[in-house]
Design a protein around this ligand. Sequence first.
Ligand SMILES: [Zn+2]
Length: 219
Amino acid sequence: GHEGAGTVVKIGSKVENLKVGDRVAIEPGVPCLRCRVCREGRYNLCPGMQFCATPPVHGNLSRLFRHPAAFCHRLPDNVDLEQGALVEPLAVAVHACRRGGVKAGSLVLVCGAGKKLLVLALFATAAGGGGGAAAAEYIGDIDDDRLAFAKDNGADYVINVRGLEEPIAAQQIVSAAGGSPDVTIECSGSDYSMTLGIHVNMFLFIDLVEMNPYCVIWL
Ligand SMILES: [Zn+2]
């Protein structure tokens, strides 16, 4: 797994931001801090990133885990470790919704329901984005179980796009939702979702959460 939190049991001699006993949320992607995007401050896009649970890098679901101190974030007293493990998907969701300009009343197409914690965080963030009104979410996937999960947890509409050409799927989405989504948030890593976003959005804004080596627009 890459969504983790834990208690510091040992620190290096030069670590100044943490002490033994601190409870921390783990930021799972460790960038190179040398390449162009890292130096621009957009280190989440670093092509040399070492990411927990992405082979050959091991995940952090273990009793002991070594991680750079700069990517361990101390939790406040009122946040327990289980909640701390949710910081990473929540942070991704907040970033995606900010980048996409999601606000109260936005119609958001989420492509890919496989990353359940991320999907939940997206729903919570989109719904709480402003004014207290819920944003409408429309989620597309090819797996009925994932779609059922999304439907049970806040999606207003779901569609299984398996076997549907992108323009047909886009028509069905627009028809069911009563309009074009304001934002497409891509969470599947598939080229299909990119194309679907192009067909379905009135104004093109595709917010890529999942890095896809074939896609050229990374946020
Ligand atoms: Zn880098």
